[in-house]
Design a protein around this ligand. Structure first.
Ligand SMILES: [Zn+2]
Length: 350
């Protein structure tokens, strides 16, 4: 996302949701870091862990911001961008290698502090309410951009800046060439196509992550795996999913809906997901569709679907309202479809 006001940022987010139908409902939310931060922050001797996983379920490590050393640069459109020091050096090498092949990129955004993200969250909460803010803005502390190691590139095509996501995504050949060089400089592509249920984000060809190790970057890239899977942090792979025998929806349509459920479920901490099953065509009624539209009056849903989930809660349920160490069966998930075909989780519970 580029230099946008809160309102246009919102519109842009909606566009992104439309564009990547199978992506998790809430998108990576970006903004600029405040210009009055010091140019370089004090470093501590033990430094940051370049392999740290920060995603929607793994927060930024506590002492990260004290240890982080950054540099500031000004991009071709005149914005200040803050980047972790080594990541920036590696980026400059990558950029030079790309320029040798007449591919031109620049940095849209990189580091964003937790405080900045909190400020955005507060603004959204004030303006649109807590529910909407939680759905739309990345939770402070849980964005990879906090690390300073996540870089959003933009393209310069025939001397013109191409900065909007929906424009950039058209240049598939150019992104393929860029992606083929990332690992040589210690970067990986972070939000892979078709892995939204694991990463929590739709495909973003521009979002790259520095991991400070060329061999590891090459291994991850050649395996075509997500960072989550490489680190063993994704455990949702062995869940049984039963798509039933719908005469209304194809299995692909139901798969898209299940991805949305998994995206939400990813926030449930250590709850152990056992199974998800299609509740049947009998739940696809006008009455239930009407109920979905009553729950979200502005959404104009056109279709409804229900799934049933079995799961087991951990010994410590924290702030969740579940009983500890208990089996839950046939827990209901209701999703509805917008005019553009994307599914949204509208309600869950008993
Ligand atoms: Zn990004």
């Amino acid at each position: 996302m580029k230099k946008l006001s809160i309102i246009s940022l919102l519109l842009c987010l909606c566009l992104t949701v439309t564009m990547v139908l199978s992506a998790c409902g809430d998108n990576e939310n970006t903004s600029k870091s405040s210009p009055d931060e010091p140019a370089t922050q004090a470093a501590e001797s033990d430094g940051i862990d370049y392999m740290a996983l920060v995603n929607k379920t793994h927060p930024l490590p506590d002492d990260w911001e004290e240890k982080l050393e950054t540099v500031h640069m000004t991009n071709s459109v005149g914005d200040d961008v803050e980047v972790e020091k080594k990541a920036y050096d590696a980026y400059l090498e990558l950029k030079a290698a790309l320029e040798a092949e007449d591919i031109h990129v620049d940095l849209d955004s990189a580091r964003r502090s937790v405080a900045d993200q909190q400020r955005i969250m507060d603004e959204f909460t004030e303006e649109y309410g807590a529910d909407y803010a939680a759905k739309t803005v990345a939770k402070p502390g849980y964005s990879e951009h906090h690390t300073g190691l996540a870089l959003d590139l933009y393209l310069i095509i025939d001397g013109k800046d191409v900065v909007e996501n929906e424009d950039m995504i058209q240049y598939t050949d150019i992104w393929a060439k860029i992606h083929s060089k990332l690992a040589d400089y210690g970067f990986i592509l972070r939000y892979l196509d078709g892995e939204e249920h694991i990463t929590g984000y739709g495909y973003e060809p521009w979002h790259i992550r520095y991991i400070d190790n060329v061999d590891t970057a090459k291994e991850i890239t050649s395996k075509g795996t997500t960072f989550e899977e490489y680190l063993g942090a994704y455990t949702g792979g062995d869940v049984s999913i039963d798509y039933g025998n719908s005469e209304i929806y194809t299995e692909d349509e139901l798969k898209d809906a299940v991805i949305q459920i998994k995206c939400k479920f990813a926030f449930w901490g250590d709850v152990d997901l056992k199974s998800i099953k299609y509740a049947g065509d009998e739940a696809v009624t006008d009455e239930n569709l009407k109920w979905m539209n009553e729950l979200a009056p502005d959404a104009n849903y056109t279709q409804v679907v229900e799934f049933l989930m079995d799961f087991h809660t951990p010994k410590d349920v924290g702030e969740m309202t579940f009983n500890a160490d208990s089996d839950y069966t046939d827990y209901q998930w209701w999703l509805a479809r917008t005019a553009d075909g994307g599914w949204e989780v509208v309600s869950f519970g008993y």
